[in-house]
Design a protein around this ligand. Structure first.
Ligand code: IPE
Ligand code: IPE
Ligand code: MG
Length: 246
């Protein structure tokens, strides 16, 4: 039986976030440069995005470039930015065909002007699509996001727009880059690393974590199916007892 048939429609995760890792190692294994791994990683992105939309997952967030990734060699950063521009140009059709809206989170002002421009083009062009929201985390770091939110909230407190007593989960959520997204239900990381690397720290508070040894450029729809099937086997208790849930 096809793996897909094991997926239950009514308990699909509403928000899947993916740490796409292992491009460099994938290329190295093939005796190629890291850039070759990044290029091939874009094929996995396309497949995962299309498959998620077809399955009916409402939100997919992809960790594409972290605040820490700015510390990589200049040439690699440049390659990644170029690849981002070409992928945005190329994949606009995939997004339109599948009724997918593009969004971006992160310290976007750090991105080169060309990336900014292309990103805004695609965000605007897909703004009315509603089947799925694809969010790219670019120049994203959870600590930067939280710092940004704290500064905004503090300013509002100082200007008497918010009172300290009223600060709660919901106010904090509204000041995060992910303000329009629900909490993450399923977090996937490829390449065997079992760490979060500064991704969505607040938003994964109750996410189910799924780690796979598959390197990102090898990640295919069957790997996504496996992750979702595993997710659907977990009992999400949110602090309650098993008996309370049934
Ligand atoms: C993920 O692959 C892509 C980015 C972080 C931009 P890596 O480039 O981290 O690949 P590895 O971890 O070195 O194999
Ligand atoms: C995390 O991968 C960032 C992205 C996938 C964009 P890294 O490869 O940069 O993570 P670390 O530094 O190994 O934890
Ligand atoms: Mg890595």
């Amino acid at each position: 039986m096809d793996l897909k048939e094991h997926i239950l429609e009514h308990t699909l995760p509403k928000h899947v976030a993916i740490i796409m890792d292992g491009n460099g190692r994938w290329a190295k294994q093939k005796g190629m440069l890291r850039a070759f791994g990044h290029e091939n990683g874009t094929k996995s992105v396309r497949e995962v995005v299309e498959t998620s939309a077809k399955l009916g997952i409402a939100n997919v967030t992809l960790y594409a470039f972290s605040t820490e990734n700015w510390n990589r060699p200049k040439i690699e950063v440049k390659t990644l930015m170029k690849l981002l521009i070409s992928s945005l140009k190329k994949e606009i059709k995939t997004l339109q065909d599948n009724d997918i809206k593009l969004a971006a989170i992160g310290n976007l002002s750090m991105l080169p002007e060309k990336v900014h421009h292309e990103l805004n083009e695609v965000i605007n062009a897909t703004a009315d699509n509603s089947r799925m929201t694809l969010t790219l985390a670019l120049s994203y770091g959870s600590r930067e996001e939280l710092t940004h939110a704290i500064k905004e909230i503090s300013t509002k407190v100082k200007n008497n727009i918010i009172s300290v007593e009223n600060i709660d989960d919901s106010i904090i959520n509204k000041h995060l880059y992910t303000q329009n997204l629900p909490d993450v239900d399923l977090l996937i990381r490829t390449s065997g690393e079992q760490r979060i690397s500064n991704f969505l720290l607040w938003q994964i508070a109750y996410a189910e974590l799924y780690f796979t040894n598959v390197l990102w450029p090898d990640f295919r729809k069957e790997d996504l199916y496996k992750a979702i099937i595993e997710y659907q086997k977990r009992e999400r208790r949110f602090g309650k007892t098993s008996e309370q849930l049934s």
